[in-house]
Design a protein around this ligand. Structure first.
Ligand SMILES: Nc1ncnc2c1ncn2[C@@H]1O[C@H](COP(=O)(O)OP(=O)(O)O)[C@@H](O)[C@H]1O
Ligand SMILES: [Mg+2]
Length: 394
């Protein structure tokens, strides 16, 4: 992996990525529209983006990417696409002469249904598929040439609707399936490895990468299996993006913050716990589930790190077994360093709650002095806790 790349852009080639990319490529070569369907977080958008931006620039113009949302209207869609096409001759539009263009519609089935149950943006796209173009706002027909369509969508449900068979029939369907755990560690271990080599982490941290990822995948798997969505807990849905977020959290730390020796290892474990808690545990709503999750974490510590959670967090619980209440006093954040520029701030553990409280007070005073809307807030532990979490949002 290239040293200068951004974590978010890294796609580790796996057997699945190779398969999907091959099929998408085959479809594009023959100008057959293709539709990727699969659950959230299976990488549909990520793979298509990577494919589109790696297309031969001699033959293809810059891809047109349209992301649909619940509020997308037919007008907006038409405007987005029309604006990027040149006029070839009267009534005929297309990409710059001599090139073809690929139009990618992400989250195809998101637009809200109108009164009669149709999705106007999709009807517009269907007009292209049926007639090779669409009417503009002045009612003249625009023929479109050298355009290819591809799209991605999740299965219907949760804001996504069924698309009409009239439109769907134009596409080749490609199912994108969920990952199994082996593939997951194949994806994330190299990413963590790449970062650790780049930043020069000491050997005792670097050797933990596999156990860290395995532990993460296990906690994620257990949570997904046990914390099922119910009407009162409808937000208990987990997908690959959650593991991705834990990863991105781990990658915020620099070796200099960890120090050396056994202390570094413990701190890294605390960081790992923090990221897991922020990504998964913060969604948990009742005390029963919280305690259950803490139990899962303790077991994971024993199984993967050969260590005890109670030991790593002994400072929080005065040597007693750690309880959910104790974990409230664990903070990681980049707000302590006082740098104005976000890039220079360091992500680090905040061991001293009193210092954190006074820092928050200070920031609040700063804010009130410069802002048009001063906030009269009392800073107490609960508020600090939540502010700290919000700051972490990636
Ligand atoms: N092979 C892979 N290598 C690295 N990251 C991956 C890989 N497959 C998926 N991901 C990550 O998983 C996430 C998938 O999200 P996304 O593409 O938005 O899914 P979808 O569009 O299917 O809902 C992205 O964060 C992506 O970086
Ligand atoms: Mg997507």
């Amino acid at each position: 992996i290239d040293k200068s790349s951004e974590v978010r852009e890294i796609i580790v080639p796996t057997i699945d990525t190779v398969r999907y990319t091959y099929l998408v490529d085959l479809a594009m070569q023959h100008k057959q529209p293709i539709l990727l369907v699969g659950p959230t977080g299976t990488g549909k958008s990520a793979y298509m983006m990577q494919y589109l931006y790696s297309m031969d620039t001699e033959r293809y113009a810059t891809p047109i990417i349209v992301g649909f949302s619940a509020r997308t209207s037919a007008n907006m869609t038409q405007y987005l696409i029309d604006a990027k096409l040149d006029r070839r001759r009267k009534g005929v539009y297309g990409p710059p002469a001599g090139k073809e263009v690929c139009i990618f519609v992400d989250d195809l089935n998101m637009p809200q249904l109108e009164t009669y149950g149709a999705q106007p943006p999709i009807e517009l796209l269907r007009q292209y598929m049926d007639h090779g173009g669409w009417y503009d706002r002045a009612n003249t027909f625009r023929t479109m040439v050298d355009c290819m369509f591809c799209a991605a969508m999740g299965p219907p449900g949760g804001g996504r609707s069924n698309i009409t068979p009239r439109y769907q029939r134009h596409f080749n369907l490609l199912s994108v399936v969920d990952f199994d755990t082996k593939v997951l560690s194949k994806i994330f271990v190299p990413i963590l490895d790449w970062y650790m080599v780049k930043e020069g982490f000491p050997a005792n941290i670097a050797e933990m990468k596999r156990s860290v990822i395995d532990a993460c995948i296990e906690v994620y798997g257990t949570a997904m299996g046990q914390l099922l969505p119910t009407p009162t807990k409808s937000h208990y849905t987990f997908n690959l993006r959650d593991i991705s977020r834990v990863m991105q959290g781990l990658l915020l730390i620099k070796p200099s913050q960890l120090g050396t020796g056994a202390g570094a290892k413990e701190k890294f474990l605390r960081l790992w716990t923090n990221e897991i808690l922020r990504v998964i545990y913060d969604r948990v709503v009742d005390a029963e589930d919280c305690n259950w999750f803490l139990g899962v974490l303790k077991d994971t510590f024993k199984a993967h790190f050969d260590d005890h959670l109670d030991r790593v967090f002994r400072t929080l619980s005065d040597g007693k077994p750690v309880e959910t209440e104790d974990l409230r006093r664990m903070y990681f954040g980049d707000y302590m360093s006082g740098e104005e520029e976000a890039a220079k701030r360091v992500y680090d553990e905040v061991p001293d709650v009193a210092a954190l409280m006074s820092r928050m007070e200070e920031l609040l005073v700063d804010h009130n002095a410069t802002s048009k809307r001063p906030m009269n807030l009392a800073i107490f532990l609960y508020a600090v806790e939540h502010t700290s979490r919000i700051c972490r949002v990636l």
